[in-house]
Design a binder for this molecule. Structure first.
Ligand code: SF4
Ligand code: SF4
Ligand code: SF4
Length: 305
């Protein structure tokens, strides 16, 4: 009889297996690389063309979208990345008006932030998610046991799961185009295609300097804030904006990385062979508490006219 990962969990109750493997990984922090690659997204440059979504779909060989990448009505409702779309662009109307008194939209591309100290990697009891030297938080399907702790742990609600696949379901998220950026001169598909250079790829420290210079040189155009510089300990993807981030669906997260707390609890629990279900609930509680007041996309319709 062929045993699926899900079936394995049902039969064994998971706790024993998880406890064994967890000792090897649970206490290990994913070390933050000194100067990883990153992407700077300049929201003042994004025109909402969704070519980045299209490119991401192609370079990752994802299924065709239900509605075309050229269909502008897709922007009428906020979306989240999922197992079939590693990145999505949402449209907001935060209140600015142009010379003709028309509301001016701001477009926001979202994907995995590739955190410097990723909570998903810390929550993963088998080391299937790791922060790589080049900045990517990389997923190794051959290690994954389908526990989905990473989905609970992620403060940005990014990882998705192939629930529709009963045999070989995977956790799905932006790969940071790991293979492409591992080659000299390689660019993420989305950054390469962007017609307005709203996405700049480079070393994180360089991008921070670029962001600060743009803000300093254009104080009337930008707010004095870089989302991702400090959030959850810093992220490889960062944003600059003309509009407060809280009006654009950005999640209000603490500067302190969440992994350490999750790791401590995880390690303690497995030391006493507590059930992963208990851990799942506790991790969920930690992440929920650390998120603060976060608007759900479906609750933001009032901002989008
Ligand atoms: S390709 Fe560039 S301009 Fe177009 S939606 Fe994506 S980030 Fe914005
Ligand atoms: S955004 Fe979420 S999935 Fe991506 S690296 Fe950070 S914790 Fe992991
Ligand atoms: S970095 Fe690669 S996987 Fe991530 S959103 Fe861009 S194209 Fe998609």
């Amino acid at each position: 009889m062929k045993l699926t990962r899900r079936g394995f969990f049902k039969i064994t109750g998971a706790a024993g297996a998880a406890a064994t493997v967890s000792r090897a990984y649970a206490a290990k922090a994913s070390p933050a690389p000194e100067d990883p690659f990153g992407c700077l997204v300049d929201l003042t440059r994004c025109i909402g063309c969704r070519k980045c979504e299209d490119a991401c779909n192609r370079v990752n060989d994802l299924p065709p979208p239900a509605r075309s990448f050229e269909d502008p009505t897709v922007l009428n409702r906020p979306r989240r990345p999922d197992e079939k779309a590693f990145t999505v662009v949402n449209r907001y109307f935060p209140g600015q008006r142009d010379a003709s008194n028309q509301l001016v939209p701001t477009f926001v591309k979202i994907q995995c932030m590739h955190c410097q100290e990723p909570a998903c990697a810390s929550a993963c009891i088998v080391g299937a998610l790791t922060k790589k030297e080049n900045g990517a938080v990389h997923y190794d399907v051959t290690r994954c046991i389908g526990c989905r702790y990473c989905m609970v742990a992620c403060p940005f609600e990014i990882p998705a799961y192939e629930y529709h696949d009963p045999i070989t379901p995977r956790v799905m998220k932006c790969t940071f185009c790991f293979e492409r950026i591992s080659e000299a001169g390689g660019l993420p598909g989305c950054a390469e295609i962007c017609p307005t250079e709203a996405i700049t790829f480079g070393r994180r420290k360089t991008l921070l300097a670029v962001a600060k210079k743009r803000i300093q040189d254009n104080p009337a155009r930008y707010l004095q804030e870089i989302y991702g510089e400090k959030e959850v300990g810093g992220t490889s993807w960062m944003y600059i904006t003309a509009v407060p981030f809280e009006k654009l669906g950005f999640i209000d997260v603490p500067d302190k990385p969440t992994p350490r707390l999750a790791e401590t609890i995880q390690h303690s629990l497995f030391a006493y062979l507590w059930s992963p279900i208990v851990l799942y609930g506790l991790l969920g509680g930690i992440m929920w508490a650390s998120r603060g007041n976060r608007p759900h996309p479906e609750d933001e319709e009032g901002d989008r006219r």
